[in-house]
Design a protein around this ligand. Structure first.
Ligand code: SF4
Length: 214
């Protein structure tokens, strides 16, 4: 297990909604595993870059620059902020697909308060510098009060460079839940047998790609 994950699980940083130190420790350990070539936290089966042999060669210009900065302890200067964030910290969803869970998971009020703090203290500051954000890898962006509030905050004026990848079961996605910022990918996946009624999807002229899996 990653040391940062062990330190952060149920610890002070999680309770306070201030996970930057933990995130930094995890990022450092992940970077170490990539720079030393072991990729010990990566799945050879699930990572398309490894499986399809798409990794950057160590002698390519970009790799040389990154390895050099890492060895000099200056990687944070070269890559000060993550370009892409995959948000998977709230499992709330309006469905109970058997492949995913055995009952409804909706964050309760105490958890909501913690998620709000994480949003204000960690996520929104990071998104100021990011180019892509994926919402969500853990539940549904519109079945989660936290993610709905987050998406409403991402307006084009404050986050002009940010593109949103939305992964949703689509049931709650309509005009009322319009996304203010540019939506790059809209992926609608529906695995539940209870998902019979689909509302009219939002008309998003910004959506660069839409995929649907039923
Ligand atoms: S819609 Fe997605 S997140 Fe929700 S229960 Fe089904 S598989 Fe899980």
């Amino acid at each position: 297990m990653l040391p940062g994950v062990a330190a952060g699980r149920g610890g002070k940083h999680q309770r306070d909604g201030c996970g930057l130190d933990v995130a930094r420790a995890i990022a450092t350990e992940l970077r170490n595993s990539i720079i030393d070539g072991s990729y010990r936290y990566c799945s050879r089966q699930h990572c398309g870059h490894i499986a399809n042999r798409m990794l950057v060669e160590r002698d390519e210009e970009e790799a040389v620059k990154i390895i050099g900065a890492h060895e000099a302890g200056k990687l944070d200067e070269l890559i000060a902020h993550p370009r892409q964030l995959i948000l998977s910290h709230d499992q709330s969803c309006n469905l109970t697909c058997p492949s995913c869970r055995t009952g409804y998971i909706i964050a309760k009020s105490e958890e909501q308060a913690r998620l709000e703090a994480v949003m204000e203290n960690t996520i929104l500051p990071l998104l100021k510098h990011a180019q892509y954000v994926n919402v969500t890898g853990s539940g549904d962006p519109f079945g989660s009060k936290h993610f709905r509030r987050l998406l409403k905050r991402l307006d084009k004026d404050e986050y002009p460079q940010l593109k949103i990848d939305l992964h949703t079961n689509g049931q709650l996605f309509d005009e009322r839940h319009g996304v203010n910022s540019a939506c790059r990918i809209l992926s609608v996946t529906c695995k539940s047998r209870s998902t019979r009624r689909m509302r009219t999807p939002i008309k998003s002229s910004d959506a660069a790609a839409t995929s649907a899996v039923f």
